[in-house]
Every structure is written in structure tokens, then in C-alpha cells.
Design a binder for this molecule. Structure first.
Ligand code: SF4
Length: 330
């Protein structure tokens, strides 16, 4: 791999965006931000990060929090296993490491929810180590740079990039180099049509020389998403509505939801209240909602007032139906 470190660092020092986690850099702040930024856009993560830091200013505060409070602060960010792992990891660091993050990437990787990428990001940005952090953004830059047609999701390709990058990490600016590569992928070498005119490594880029920037990375064919038709029941009893907690494992584990199932039939006495679609990574929910008034709270559910419901962590999949209840004043 060409040594891209110099031009990239010079560019980064002039163009780095001011982001909350780039101020007051600590392992804890780098870790939380990196977990949030997996599958979440920077602008969406920014507010969550600030609220999270206000509630849990350090790893010990997060370790001591109860799970529902953590999930509530994560509500709307999606991929909730990230929040559960974050909490589990904080507890381990508090209990086993005296509240101090280990500095070596290999040791960080043994903690819950920390993979190669996050371990590299923490070790390089917070501890100044030569520990590359290779995510989809970085793979995009590097496959374009060398016009590499390998599957960008292949772990072997990421491992090769980690070892080649480790060779060119600038000793005195490891954290900046990690951030610079990420920044280039997020702001210049973007998916679709990159801004090669503003790229500090354009003269070294093989895809650019060939005029084939958009052809890389070469993505494998996607499996089609599964469709599920779901019936959502807004059961109302007086000023309360029925909710239930999802199982501890699987999709949206541990979050609260309105009762729903795979039945196609309208429930007896149910009044249709609209359709909504929510797209997850592997499945799409096509939901049809019904309002059902009941005279007694049925067993098997938790019956909550509006205020109690608003305090629960409910996934955005049910946002439309929360709006239906709001309109009914519930
Ligand atoms: S020249 Fe274009 S394709 Fe190549 S790394 Fe820069 S932005 Fe990406």
C-alpha cells in the first residue's frame, strides 16, 4: 500500500469537522461514539451522544445505571444489542479493570460488543497506538485506492488492510490518522460518486486514474429481505393501553411493544387504525393496526397510562401507532 499518511494528515488537520467526541478525547467517549456510529449517521448520533454523556459521564456511571434507563436513552437509535453490549461492557470494565479501559487492541477485543474495528479506534484514538480501525468507510477508500474487486464484506480483506495500514501508521499521530481515514470515507470518498476533486490522495488512487471510482467497492449480490405481515393491537382499557416486553434475545430484545402477531384476520371488535412499514436489516414488517376497547385489563399484558408508556423504551417500528394513541389523547 502506498504511504497515504502524510497527505491525509495534512488534509485532516485543515478539514476535520468539529464533533462532540473529538473534544475531550477519552477512551470512554471514543468507545461510546464509535458504538453509536455503527449503522447510525453522524448527525443522528450527535444528540444521542450528548444526552448519553450528560446521563453517564464516565464508564462507572454507565455500569451503575439500570438497564431500562440505558435502553431509554438509546430509544430510536436502533440495533439495540449495541446498547445492551455497551452496558455489559461498562460493568466488566468497572468490575475487572477498576474503571480503566485496557489500552491494547487485543485486550479491548475481548470485551462485549467490541470487535476489531472498535478496538482499533479506541486503541489508536484514545491511546495513540498503531491500531488500524477498518470499517466499511475505510474499506471503500482502500478498495478504490488500489482498484480491488474483492468482496468488501470479507473479513480476510479487512485483515489484510489492517496489517498493511499498521505498516504506514505515523508514530506520532496514530489517532489522527485513524480519524483522517474515517473522515475521508465519510465526507469525500463517499458511496456513489465521490468528490475526487477534493481528495488529498487522488494522485495515488488507481480507481480515480481509471475513471472508475463508482465501480468500487464491488458489492456481492444482496439476499432479498423477508416480509412479515403483522397485526398490531392497540388495546385500550380506560386511560391505559396494553404493552408487553419483548424476549431478552432476538430482534428488538428487551424493548417494549404493542401486542402484535402474524395473524391476517381483523380481530373481533377491532377498528382499523392504519398501516405502517418498518424495515430492519433482514426483515420488513408490514403492519396493520386495530384499536380494541376492552372493559377489563386482560391478563398477560402490562397496562400503562400515557405517562408510563412514554417512560418505556419502545422501538421506532411502533412510532406510527404511538401517534395513533397520542391523537386519541392516550
Ligand atoms: S480519488 Fe476519489 S475514489 Fe480515490 S480515494 Fe480519493 S475520493 Fe476516493
Amino acid at each position: 500500500m502506498e504511504d497515504i499518511s502524510r497527505p491525509l494528515l495534512d488534509w485532516y488537520r485543515r478539514h476535520a469537522r468539529p464533533l462532540p467526541w473529538r473534544e475531550n478525547v477519552t477512551p470512554y467517549r471514543v468507545w461510546v461514539s464509535e458504538i453509536m456510529l455503527q449503522q447510525t449517521r453522524i448527525e443522528a448520533a450527535r444528540g444521542y451522544f450528548e444526552r448519553f454523556m450528560a446521563a453517564f459521564p464516565d464508564v462507572e456511571a454507565l455500569a451503575a445505571a439500570d438497564a431500562d434507563t440505558v435502553m431509554k436513552l438509546w430509544e430510536g437509535l436502533g440495533y439495540y444489542s449495541r446498547a445492551r453490549n455497551l452496558h455489559a461492557c461498562a460493568k466488566r470494565i468497572a468490575a475487572e479493570y477498576g474503571g480503566q479501559f485496557p489500552s491494547a487492541a487485543e485486550e479491548l477485543r475481548r470485551l462485549p460488543g467490541i470487535g476489531d474495528y472498535t478496538a482499533g479506534a479506541i486503541a489508536s484514538i484514545a491511546f495513540g497506538q498503531k491500531a488500524p480501525a477498518v470499517d466499511g468507510n475505510v474499506v471503500r477508500v482502500l478498495t478504490r485506492l488500489e482498484r480491488c474487486g474483492d468482496n468488501p464484506l470479507d473479513e480476510k480483506l479487512k485483515a489484510r488492510y489492517r496489517s498493511e495500514l499498521a505498516e504506514i501508521y505515523p508514530e506520532e499521530a496514530c489517532g489522527e490518522f485513524t480519524s483522517a481515514l474515517m473522515e475521508l470515507g465519510e465526507t469525500v470518498c463517499t458511496p456513489g460518486t465521490p468528490d475526487c476533486a477534493g481528495c488529498p490522495i487522488a494522485s495515488l488512487c488507481a480507481a480515480h486514474a481509471a475513471g472508475e471510482e463508482s465501480a468500487y467497492p464491488v458489492m456481492p449480490a444482496k439476499k432479498p429481505r423477508r416480509r412479515e405481515d403483522r397485526r398490531v393491537l392497540l388495546m385500550i382499557c380506560g386511560d391505559t393501553a396494553a404493552v408487553r416486553k419483548r424476549p431478552d434475545k432476538g430482534l428488538l430484545a428487551g424493548l417494549w411493544e404493542f401486542p402484535n402477531d402474524l395473524e391476517r384476520e381483523a380481530p373481533a371488535g377491532g377498528c382499523p387504525c392504519g398501516e405502517a412499514v418498518h424495515v430492519f436489516t433482514h426483515v420488513e414488517w408490514h403492519m396493520t393496526g386495530y384499536v380494541l376497547n376492552v372493559s377489563e385489563p386482560l391478563p398477560g399484558y402490562t397496562w400503562v397510562t400515557r405517562a408510563e408508556r412514554l417512560a418505556l423504551a419502545m422501538p421506532s417500528a411502533f412510532r406510527y401507532y404511538m401517534g395513533v394513541l397520542e391523537e386519541m389523547g392516550l
